[in-house]
Design a binder for this molecule. Structure first.
Ligand code: GDP
Length: 326
């Protein structure tokens, strides 16, 4: 029988990759789109190529009635809750919005599922930001959370809500603790995409410099297309559980720059400008994921190398920006 999945945040980077993956497996896909974004081509750009194969519903995780109505309308086998305010830097500027949207949004969905369809399997998009200033490295499922940003705190709360519905109501609720994952569809505000766009613009003669904040900061960067396969695998297990998804390899922002500029034959040192204003009030300095549990239980592993990720992003932006010049 065809399985039916609901994806909140389907218009985002991960939502679009997950929708593709599940469509390939024969799923019927439903996704939520915020009422303000429903008519915007920019907001639905990442799923434009899927638009005839999926059902979109106007609903917002900020509105319990809209969530309740949607969950009451269909019988879902699986729900992937990806919608969130996800930009860490923004969460420092407006922690209230990040906290209220992310925490209440997760609570609304869990509460509606619990009441209307408690057998629907639920995936929560946890984050390496939950580890924050971690006391051990690499981080695994047993590493204590010490979040360093309102975003990280909101994800810790969502993680505990998810675990609590699993333990209290016996629901199949799993959390993925995903380390940074990127790709050509990454939002432009994140550092990897900011770099790949700048490299393309510089190569095409449209810009002369790239301004960044803390380039010593290190991240465990994987490819979003690989990471959504981990989400899917978590909901196919006999029991709900939590899993770290990561490459286990870290690189600095500077290394990302070096490789991205090298892709087009340039030296990053000729273009990089450090801008103190782009530093954050506090950082999760080094995050490295230990995904051995996902590798052994889910048989998950990343397929893209760091080099492949960087060059795919640069090539994609060269193509997109080059097209607009023609
Ligand atoms: P995050 O790990 O979810 O916060 O992902 P980001 O891509 O936004 O940031 C990754 C790291 O890059 C952080 O440590 C930032 O401080 C650092 N970084 C340095 N310069 C910049 C910049 O100009 N923009 C962003 N977004 N991050 C920067």
């Amino acid at each position: 029988m065809t399985k039916r999945a609901l994806i909140t945040g389907i218009t985002g980077q991960d939502g679009s990759h997950l929708a593709e993956h599940l469509l390939g497996l024969g799923y019927e896909i439903h996704g939520t789109v915020r009422p303000v974004a429903a008519e915007s081509a920019a907001a639905t750009g990442r799923i434009a190529h899927l638009i005839n194969d999926i059902s979109l519903h106007s609903a917002s995780i900020e509105s319990y009635p809209s969530i309740y109505r949607l969950i009451g309308q269909y019988q879902f086998d699986e729900c992937y809750h990806l919608a969130a305010r996800s930009f860490v830097a923004e969460s420092f500027l407006d922690g209230f919005s990040t906290m209220s949207v992310n925490i209440n949004g997760t609570h609304y969905i869990l509460a509606a599922l619990c009441e209307l369809q408690p057998h629907c399997r639920f995936y929560f998009a946890g984050s390496s930001e939950m580890f924050g200033n971690a006391l051990e490295s690499p981080q695994n499922e047993n590493t204590p959370f010490r979040p360093r940003s309102p975003y990280g705190i909101s994800k810790v709360a969502g993680f505990h809500l998810t675990r609590n519905f699993r333990e209290t109501h016996g629901m199949f609720c799993s959390s993925g603790i995903l380390f940074n994952h990127e790709g050509p569809r990454r939002g432009r505000e994140f550092v990897t995409r900011k770099i790949s766009i700048a490299v393309a613009r510089i190569k095409l003669g449209l810009a002369t410099e790239l301004r960044l904040g803390n380039v010593e900061s290190r991240r465990d960067w994987g490819h979003a297309a690989d990471y959504v396969e981990g989400m899917y695998a978590m909901l196919q297990q006999p029991e709900p559980d939590d899993y770290v998804i990561a490459t286990g390899e870290t690189h600095s922002v500077k290394e990302f720059c070096e490789m991205a500029f090298a892709c087009v034959g340039l030296d990053y040192r000729d273009y990089l400008v450090i801008d103190e204003k782009l530093y954050r009030p506090s950082e999760s300095y080094v995050l490295t994921g230990d995904s051995s549990k996902a590798r052994s239980v889910l048989n998950w592993r990343p397929k893209h190398t760091f080099q492949a990720l960087v060059s795919e992003m640069v090539e994609s932006d060269l193509e997109i920006i080059g097209r607009t010049l023609k």
